[in-house]
Each structure stands twice: as C-alpha cells, then as structure tokens.
Design a protein around this ligand. Structure first.
Ligand SMILES: [Zn+2]
Length: 156
C-alpha cells in the first residue's frame, strides 16, 4: 500500500516536471522508514545537465538530507525503470530496493531509448560508438598507490 503511494508521488513529480518545462516526464522518490527523504524530476534541459535524471536528482536530494553518501535502508521509487546511468548511480548509493512503474521499453516508445547504452555495454571497448583510448596507465596508477597508503581515507 505504501509502495503504491510513493510510486504515485513519483508519477506526480514526473508530470510536475514535464508541465513546468523542467525536462522529460520522469519522477523519482526515495523513502526511508515510511517517510520521503528525497525526490526529484528530470531537469536535463532546464539545467543543461545530461545527468539530471529524476533518480540522480532524488539520490542527491536524499543524500544531502540524510547527510550520508549511502541510502542504507531506503527504497527508490521511479516512474520508469532506471537507465544504465541511473542504475549505476543507484548501485553506488546502495538503497535496499527499487520500485518502478514503466519498463525501459515503454520509455523507448515515448521517445527515450536507452537500449543503445545497454548494447554498448556488451561491446568491447574498441567497438563502442564513442572511441576509448588508454593512455599513461602507469602514471594513472600513481594516485591509486597513494590511496592505498592513505591512512585517513573514508571507504565507500
Ligand atoms: Zn537515468
């Protein structure tokens, strides 16, 4: 019952953001212990931020409010199944579970096709549509070595 209430709030946010000209029709809510601790709607076009998907906006809001970089014990509600970027962000934030409305095939039907990113992930680095080139791997490792030595690091 509570899941339906929070998911419907994500749907409401999707419409609110769309109607306000903020971005695409996507909304997300993060809840913990029966309370909303974060929310967001897509703000890609209004903020010129291609990462401002509803889920990322909601994660940032919840983490700021909870004063934590982890969403332990939280549930993320999203109007549509997360795209690969958001799914990655959600895994880094580590909520307990995800509840979603539409499938990503529904998003594709509405003109938001993230299938090509899933396909890119399956390809080798050399055959992806955006060229990737490794350079200076030994120099790049230096800071990892320093991280391993660092005594006061905060693990995540
Ligand atoms: Zn996304």
């Amino acid at each position: 019952m509570q899941d339906e209430i929070f998911l419907r709030e994500a749907f409401r946010l999707a419409k609110e953001g769309m109607d306000a000209g903020q971005g695409g029709p996507f909304g997300a809510v993060i809840a913990k212990d029966g309370q909303i601790v974060g929310k967001g709607f897509n703000q890609v076009t209004s903020t010129n931020d291609p990462t401002a998907h509803a889920e990322v906006v909601a994660i940032r809001d919840a983490c700021r409010r909870l004063n934590s970089f982890q969403l332990t014990g939280c549930t993320l509600y999203t109007s549509c199944e997360p795209c690969p970027m958001c799914l990655g962000a959600i895994y880094w934030a580590r909520p307990e579970r995800i509840v979603y409305g539409c499938l990503h095939s529904d998003a594709a039907r509405a003109g938001f096709d993230d299938q090509f990113i899933y396909r890119e992930l399956d390809k080798s680095r050399e055959s992806r549509s955006i060229p990737m080139q490794q350079l200076l791997p030994d120099e790049a490792w230096t800071v990892f070595g320093q991280w391993l030595e660092k005594q006061d690091k905060i693990r995540y």
